[in-house]
Design a binder for this molecule. Structure first.
Ligand code: AMP
Length: 216
């Protein structure tokens, strides 16, 4: 796989975060997850973290101005010989426009937008059994009813917790926000011939094989 500038888009629970971690190991690229950045601000109790929390816990998007500013600072870390992987940004058309302006100014462009597609009922099932590692942020599914009750991360042994935006009400809101605000960016990138759809149903490895195929 060549290093390139990649955007990962998909509804919450589509497996973007898991695929991003695998992709990051294969590609020497700057990885930026706006959700991880907000969570790290939250745990460091910064002003931005406190402000973002109001929206995150309700399953709403953090206001564009704050998000775009944070993303733009993070993109500064990109060096000339490395690509980038954006996970969770852009989340609406305003952010997509802001990103293309930022990239234009740096003489950069997007090579591909991977759209992770999963049916809605599967998303709800995945999100309600999703736990996240406190240390490496890797998401993983724990199904108590299947007796799968380990509390340690299977990658780094860190402690797992359930994000408060993975509670049932917030899950519903996040899926609605995705439908109303994020879905329009699929057309936006389709019109620019950048969109590649990845069927995200199947094992993590199966989905990753499709990702690798799409990036060849
Ligand atoms: P994620 O980890 O990508 O599911 O993001 C968790 C939460 O962080 C989202 O539900 C939003 O509240 C916030 N967030 C992450 N990325 C963005 C973004 N690009 N724009 C606005 N809010 C965001």
């Amino acid at each position: 796989m060549d290093t390139s500038n990649i955007i990962l888009v998909g509804p919450p629970g589509a497996g973007k975060g898991t695929q991003a971690i695998m992709l990051r190991e294969k590609l020497d690229a700057l990885y930026i997850s706006t959700g991880d950045l907000f969570r790290s601000h939250l745990s460091n109790e910064t002003d931005l973290g406190k402000e973002a929390q109001k929206y995150m816990s309700a399953g709403e998007l953090v206001p564009d101005a704050l998000t775009i500013n944070m993303l733009s600072q993070e993109l500064e870390k990109k060096s000339d010989d490395h690509g980038f992987i954006l996970d969770g940004f852009p989340r609406n058309v305003v952010q997509a426009d802001a990103l293309s302006e930022l990239l234009d100014r740096k003489d950069l462009s997007i090579d591909v937008v991977l759209f992770f597609n999963v049916p809605n009922d599967e998303l709800v099932r995945r999100l309600s059994t999703r736990y996240t590692c406190k240390v490496c942020q890797a998401p993983q599914n724990i199904n108590q009813s299947e007796g799968n009750v380990t509390s340690k991360c299977n990658l780094c042994e860190g402690e797992l917790y359930q994000r408060n935006d993975d509670a049932p009400e917030a899950i519903k809101r996040r899926l609605d926000v995705y439908d109303q605000e994020t879905k329009p960016i699929l057309n936006y990138y389709e019109e620019q011939n950048l969109l590649t759809e990845i069927n995200s149903v199947g094992s993590v490895e199966e989905v990753f094989t499709r990702v690798e195929g799409a990036l060849q």
